[in-house]
Design a protein around this ligand. Structure first.
Ligand SMILES: *[C@@H]1O[C@H](CO)[C@@H](O)[C@H](O)[C@H]1NC(C)=O
Ligand SMILES: *[C@@H]1O[C@H](CO)[C@@H](O)[C@H](O)[C@H]1NC(C)=O
Ligand SMILES: *[C@@H]1O[C@H](CO)[C@@H](O)[C@H](O)[C@H]1NC(C)=O
Length: 323
């Protein structure tokens, strides 16, 4: 049973992903290779250019991609907008075209919500000039899920080369509602390439539906990847900012046996510091998380596992990386 769930979770994976007009859609018959150096060629096998995949995709998506436009957010006024919110506001509800929002370098102190009615939006920056989308929302002020700096409720969202952070101070265990989300991903078929997510407790709310994160960095302290997404993380670093207390990486929220959700971390690296870091704890009773072909190590330890797997059928299982 365990090994079936593992392979189905890994196979869940590649449905749709785009970068610019590159569509990812897999007939994922070929498993992810065990050797990391083969990961990118496997990925590109499954993520062919749009022109080669048109007949296999959602027609509304094909139509959206064929009419893509670019708008620019530049703080110096040289683009179409100076803020990300203005750019998102300019996109109509019921949007049917891919809108690529280029964001120039700089720190954007904004709280952004991309509503359900605005699918097909891409936010992207340039490598080496990644914009920093940051805000200091906390659970106390907004509730945990709405504390996020960027909330994406719409489908077919893409982000690339951007930093999304929550600037609220690190919870000290005394302040109430100090947890603070950087990104909440609630729409279907979202992809994140080279995105950096910075926070402490609850950094990434990978809330629901199908998502891919590739070549990303996610930093946090407690439950910093949480939610009920059906999500594949590839070549992504999970950086633990642990202290003398307990750190927890994932808190998956699978609730029913019939839910086909779960987090798969494949060819990922767990890095950072801490004294007692858990790979995961069950938020709901049927949480499912897989670490495959991943390096799991902390500062003071040489532990490194080529393959690690756990499945939590009914109760919490605590896995200590270090003792
Ligand atoms: C982005 O903003 C966060 C929160 O304010 C900050 O911690 C981080 O250092 C910034 N990163 C960069 C690269 O500017
Ligand atoms: C690490 O945790 C253990 C048990 O939880 C505790 O006894 C120890 O003092 C901690 N070490 C540090 C350096 O905080
Ligand atoms: C880790 O490995 C290095 C090199 O093999 C060794 O010198 C070091 O003592 C090891 N550290 C621990 C904590 O085992």
């Amino acid at each position: 049973m365990a090994s079936n769930s593992r392979s189905s979770i890994i196979h869940v994976s590649l449905m749709v992903a785009f970068l610019a007009s590159n569509i990812a859609l897999a007939n994922d018959n070929v498993p992810i290779p065990a050797v990391k150096s083969q990961l990118n060629s496997w990925y590109h096998q499954n993520v062919k250019p749009l022109s080669q995949r048109k007949t296999t995709l959602d027609p509304s998506l094909v139509a959206a991609e064929s009419a893509a436009t670019v708008i620019k957010v530049m703080q110096d006024g040289s683009g179409n907008f100076k803020t990300i919110n203005e750019a998102i506001k300019s996109i109509p509800k019921g949007n049917t075209k891919r809108v690529m929002v280029y964001i120039g370098s700089g720190t954007y102190n904004e709280k952004i919500r991309i509503e359900r009615e605005k699918p097909f939006i891409t936010l992207y920056g340039a490598p080496g000039k990644m914009p920093n989308l940051t805000y200091g929302g906390t659970a106390l002020e907004y509730g945990t899920l709405d504390s996020a700096t960027l909330i994406v409720e719409s489908d077919y969202f893409v982000a690339s080369n951007i930093i999304i952070s929550n600037s609220a101070p690190r919870p000290d265990g005394k302040r109430k509602g100090a947890q603070a989300v950087a990104l909440r991903a609630s729409g279907d078929k979202a992809t994140f390439y080279k995105v950096t997510l910075l926070g402490f407790q609850d950094t990434l709310c990978d809330d629901a539906h199908w998502h891919i994160y590739k070549d990303c960095l996610i930093q946090g302290t407690v439950d910093f990847v949480f939610g009920n997404g059906k999500t594949l993380f590839l070549n992504t670093e999970l950086r633990v900012l642990g202290d003398e207390g307990m750190s927890v990486i994932t808190a998956h929220a699978r609730d029913k046996k019939t839910d086909d959700t779960g987090y798969s971390f494949v060819h990922c690296d767990v890095t950072g510091t801490g004294n007692g870091t858990l790979l995961g704890r069950a938020w709901m009773s049927k949480s499912k998380v897989v670490f495959a072909y991943s390096n799991i190590g902390c500062k003071d330890s040489n532990s490194s596992l080529d393959f690690f797997f756990f499945y939590i059928p009914f109760t919490c299982i605590f896995l200590h990386l270090q003792s």
